[in-house]
Structures are given as C-alpha cells and as structure tokens.
Design a protein around this ligand. Structure first.
Ligand code: PEP
Length: 252
C-alpha cells in the first residue's frame, strides 16, 4: 500500500484581510522542499479564496475553503457559494461539518453529507469534520458519537474524502486528548472507513485537529494513524504554521 501523503490544513476561520495573504508566500518560503513531502493547505474565508489561489500559484501551498452550499447546481440562493464556484476560484479542498458550523448553524450529519457530496461533484476534496463534546466523552459515548458521524456525514461515494477528528472540547483552547486517546479515535475512524469503503479506505487521510501548535505538533504526528492536522489559530501566521509543518517526521 502506498503511504498516505500527510496533509496539514490551516483553517483561518473568520480572520484575516487581503493584506494577510502575504503569509502564503512566506509559508511556502519557510516550508521549502518539505512542501513536496507534506501537503500544506490554507483555507481562508471564501471572500479571499480566489486571491489566495492567485498568491499560491506555482507554490507548494494548496488553497481550500471553509464551507459551501449543500446545493451543487447554480440557482436562486442569495448569499450561498457553491462548491463549483470555489473550485473555479482555485480551491482544491472544502472543510465541511466543522464543529462551529454544527453548533452555531445547527448543521446536521445529513446536511454535512450533502455538502460533501456537492464538493465531490465539483471535482475537489471534502474535509469532513467529526468530534465529540466533553459531555459525550465523559459519558463514555465517544465510539458511538464518532461512529455515527463518520457513517452519516461521509457520503457513500466519499472514498476520496479526508476526515478530520476534532474533539469539540479541544478547539480554540489549550487542551488536547492524550496521545493514546487520539490514537484510539483514529483507529476507530479507520475501522469505520474500512467497513464502508473496503480497500479504497487505505488512501483516505485522517487528520487530528484541536489546539495543535508548534509545541505539540511533533508528538501528535507520532501517533499511529494520524495523517496530518487541521489547525485553527496557529495557521494564521507563517512562522507558527511552518513550524507545525516542519515538525512532521516526513518533512525532514
Ligand atoms: C479548528 O478550527 O479547526 C481548530 C482546530 O482550531 P484551533 O487549532 O485553534 O484549536
């Protein structure tokens, strides 16, 4: 089986302005030749996807988006942005089902799956986020919650998808699960993918996300089954994000 190329994705959330797009060139410069071995991805707000893709042209940094419409076809849907439009603007990935959207916008597994289907229909790759709350972990429900999210949010034709395991209680704070806990959930996700997609699951990458930074990235990347990271705050500045990318064993 060919090794999965690590993917380290930055989610800029609703931060940044056009002047911050200079971080993309700075990132490419800092990452240098490691960019061939570890895939670096920046997902800016949708307003900046096209300019970001322009800044990233010819560089070892891919550009993605943070969300899209669940509707694949063009139509009268004021304010919506389709996956096809994002692909046209230069996005190669779209994050779907981030916990902030599940919580703040009430997005369900069903809606997340429709969004992932729209991304696949546009010929690009969904990054499907799953993760338990602290209360669900404390109640011993991690396997049940994550298993259901992977079964119901990843489309049947989703063997090309990337999965991001992001424990909700670790996003935007300073807590992470233990390395053993991260390994357990990644193994669980891998077994659900194997069950659903058979041999095709071997190529599917599973990222860890939630308070990853330059200090803890190296140890998280040693966990069996972790194929990279989804990074929020620490992806905004090239200095921090490049340190995370360069902490991956494949980068050296
Ligand atoms: C995220 O937004 O997906 C995330 C993991 O955020 P942070 O790295 O800031 O915890």
């Amino acid at each position: 089986m060919a090794a999965r190329k690590p993917l380290i994705a930055g989610n800029w959330k609703m931060f940044g302005r056009a002047t911050d797009l200079g971080e993309i060139a700075a990132l490419a410069e800092r990452v240098g030749a490691a960019g061939d071995k570890v895939e670096a991805l920046i997902c800016p707000p949708s307003a900046y996807v096209q300019s970001a893709a322009w800044q990233a042209r010819g560089k070892a940094v891919a550009i993605g988006a943070q969300d899209c419409s669940a509707v694949a076809e063009d139509g009268a849907r004021t304010g919506e942005v389709s996956a096809a439009m994002l692909a046209d603007a230069g996005a190669r990935y779209v994050i779907v089902g981030h916990s902030e959207r599940r919580t703040l916008q009430g997005e369900t597994d069903d809606l997340v799956r429709q969004k992932a289907e729209a991304v696949l229909a546009a010929g690009i790759t969904p990054i499907v986020c799953v993760g338990e709350t602290r209360a669900e972990r404390d109640a011993g429900r991690v396997a049940k919650v994550i298993g259901a999210q992977v079964r119901n949010s990843v489309p049947t034709a989703g063997a090309g998808a990337v999965i991001a395991y992001e424990p909700v209680w670790c996003i935007g704070g300073d807590r992470t699960p233990t390395l053993a806990e991260i390994g357990e959930v990644h193994a669980l996700i891998r077994s659900v993918l194997n069950e659903r997609f058979g041999a095709e699951a071997n190529g599917m990458r599973i990222l860890y996300g939630g308070s990853v930074g330059p200090k803890n990235a190296g140890e998280i990347f040693t966990v069996d089954g972790v194929d990279g990271a989804l990074v929020g705050r620490a992806s905004l500045k090239a200095a921090d994000f490049s340190a995370i990318i360069l902490a991956h064993p494949a980068a050296s």
